[in-house]
Write a protein that binds this ligand. Structure first.
Ligand SMILES: [Zn+2]
Length: 412
């Protein structure tokens, strides 16, 4: 009978640490006196938990405030330098690795282009592993960070991530030619993650649109919403559906593949092999292809530069009008299917197109959506900029860290 009781006490302690740590993380700095009513813990429990978290180096003092006639109250916050987080964005043309402190302040970043073949839907997962590994080594060295302080590595990928199998997360990236690629196992292999990182460093893989969704929900345009859709428009198109505060996953984590919903039966060929997908009209790659078919051309070497040229070219007005209508129709589908209170358009291409197209997109969405749910929805741009996928990837280990009350590795 002793074992269950011990476990219960430990669970309670960890739960209290998690509550205090999360409150300080999201709402800090706070005094011990403020933490009481915010956490529903007794002042004695608050004192004990705070003392422990301070002793562990996770919480530090952050000045003081006067209290009415009494002693000044010490403010507490999560110590930003008490650990490091890594966010990785495996894009379709490059791999970006960023090192953050615990407050998600950026300390170092590396951008590495993928080989040319990756851009033709033939992305070799070995190249991705090599670039992630090299990037990790570089950002740790550039920031002078102790590899032992890395709490975890979050990786956003352009595909469906199935983490249900025993061998680690597997990626189904139909548009980049990945069919059940065992990316987690490849990263864990001896020639995977850099040797300076602990072999059991927590790794979290998720779809890039979902990591963007995490970031916007925690820190950006989605904050405070219970039902929202965060749309990612980059080379391709994806979405993260937040239902009652949580990402909606579906049976095998593929929910939210909005880019491959059909907008025109028998329409343009999509990279997924089907026809008429939303992505085949409004993804940056497709938009550039449509411009080229209409006689357009550009000088920039990358898609970002090419899309900037497209936006500046006076001949593209009709193409952009049509794109706004397609995107509006796609958004109307989201409104009718999910009844979100907020739709956030992010991703590098979404943020480039947004300032020019958003009003048109809203008008188009209004004309295609049912009136009642559309009236409850706002359509706005993401707040976190084009780098939000890496921030969101880093929130994956951060979420685990907060949930476990600051545990460095496996919670059990
Ligand atoms: Zn498709």
């Amino acid at each position: 009978m002793a074992a269950p009781r011990r476990r219960t006490v430990r669970d309670l302690r960890r739960g209290n640490r998690a509550v205090v740590l999360s409150k300080l993380y999201f709402d800090g700095p706070l005094s011990r006196q403020e933490l009481g009513p915010l956490t529903a813990l007794s002042s004695g429990s608050i004192s004990n938990v705070v003392a422990e978290l301070v002793a562990d180096g996770l919480v530090e003092e952050a000045g003081s405030v006067d209290s009415d006639g009494g002693r000044p109250r010490t403010l507490l916050r999560v110590a930003p330098r008490s650990g490091h987080l890594v966010g990785v964005d495996v894009g379709e043309t490059r791999v970006r690795v960023e090192l953050f402190d615990l407050a998600l302040g950026e300390l170092a970043r590396v951008d590495e282009p993928l080989p040319e073949a990756a851009r033709d839907g033939r992305c070799d997962a070995k190249d991705v592993v090599r670039l992630v590994t090299a990037g990790l080594t570089r950002v740790l060295a550039d920031a002078g960070a102790d590899p032992g302080s890395v709490i975890g590595v979050g990786i956003g990928v352009p595909g469906i991530v199935d983490a249900s199998g025993a061998g680690g997360a597997v990626v189904h990236g139909q548009t980049i030619g990945w069919d059940a690629v065992p990316l987690e196992a490849m990263l864990r292999a001896p020639d995977g993650l850099p040797p300076e990182l602990a072999p059991d460093v927590p790794l979290f893989l998720d779809n890039g649109a979902k990591t963007l969704g995490h970031a916007e929900m925690w820190f950006g345009a989605g904050r405070g919403a219970r039902n929202a859709v965060i749309a990612l428009i980059g080379s391709g198109v994806g979405a993260c559906v937040i239902a009652d505060g949580l990402p909606y996953q579906g049976a095998s984590s593929s929910a939210g593949e909005w880019g491959h919903t059909v907008l025109r039966v028998g329409g343009r060929a999509c990279r997924c092999g089907a026809r008429g997908c939303l992505e085949a009209y409004v993804g940056a790659e497709a938009l550039l292809a449509r411009w080229r078919e209409a006689g357009g051309d550009w000088t920039a070497a990358d898609e970002e530069g090419a899309l900037a040229e497209l936006l500046e070219d006076p001949s593209t007005a009709d193409l952009l009008d049509e794109t706004a209508e397609y995107l509006g129709a796609g958004i109307a589908d989201l409104v009718n299917l999910f009844n979100p209170e907020r739709i956030v358009v992010g991703g590098w291409a979404g943020l480039m197109l947004g300032p020019r197209l958003l009003d048109q997109v809203r008008r188009a969405a209004a004309s295609y959506a049912l009136r009642h749910p559309f009236a409850q929805t706002t359509v706005e741009l993401g707040h976190l900029g084009p780098d939000a996928v890496t921030v969101g990837a880093a929130t994956l280990p951060l979420a685990r860290f907060l949930e476990t009350g600051g545990a460095r590795s496996s919670p059990l």
